[in-house]
Design a protein around this ligand. Structure first.
Ligand code: GAR
Length: 198
């Protein structure tokens, strides 16, 4: 089985969707949920699902990114993951870390990459007058939100949408897309998949 670690910073709804999907004939199983924030709501959800949890609090490292990433690696090595899923993990990772896990680490980003790397994606799509928005699952490389795209879900932007309504309408598509892409990735599929809002 493919041992899968999931890195979170917050509520963990994508983590829950991923963890729930890894059952039955799925080749992967969740072995660790790791948060950089001790107060992340997803930690309790993971514990309730019987998944081991760990915290590496970035605030303990004050600008010492190598130290933070070394601590992440120690926590990960203890779980010996084959795959890492970033799921709402809100720390930028250096090339030392991304190179070490190259080809084994996925991320979900709330935009139709290559549009809107980084933060505030919903507000930026609205400000640009876009008609479509969405989310992307991609392989993680040293380039922020820049690795090979493995899947996208697309939704229409509606009149009156705000960053909050857009985020709320997109989230269920994230929960559909990420498990779909993880399953395909675990099965060795690297061609991108698309989900279109009905
Ligand atoms: C999700 O919308 C995810 O796409 C986004 O954070 C949210 C986490 O929600 N990720 C990023 O912005 C990455 N830069 P969750 O904790 O409920 O999964």
């Amino acid at each position: 089985t493919l041992r899968t670690a999931i890195l979170i910073s917050g509520g963990g709804s994508n983590m829950v969707a991923l963890a729930r999907s890894m059952t039955g004939d799925h080749p992967a199983r969740p072995v660790l949920v790791l948060s950089n924030r001790p107060e992340a709501g997803g930690l309790g959800l993971a514990g309730g699902m019987g998944i081991d949890t760990a915290v590496v609090d970035h605030r303990a490292f004050k600008g010492d990114r190598p130290g933070f990433e070394a601590a992440l690696n120690r926590a990960l090595d203890a779980a010996a993951p084959d795959l890492i899923c970033l799921a709402g993990f809100m720390r930028v990772l250096t090339s030392a870390f991304t190179d070490r896990w190259a080809g084994r680490m996925l991320n979900i980003h709330p935009s139709l990459l290559p549009k809107y790397r980084g933060l505030d994606t919903h507000a930026r799509a609205l400000a640009a007058g876009d008609r479509m928005h969405g989310c992307t699952v991609h392989e993680v490389t040293a380039e922020l939100d820049g690795g090979p795209i493995l899947g996208q879900a697309r939704i229409g932007i509606r009149p009156g949408d705000t960053p909050d309504t857009l985020a709320a309408r997109l989230l269920p598509f994230e929960h559909a897309l990420y498990p779909l892409v993880l399953r395909r990735f675990a099965d060795g599929v690297r061609t991108p998949v698309t989900i279109e809002a009905g």
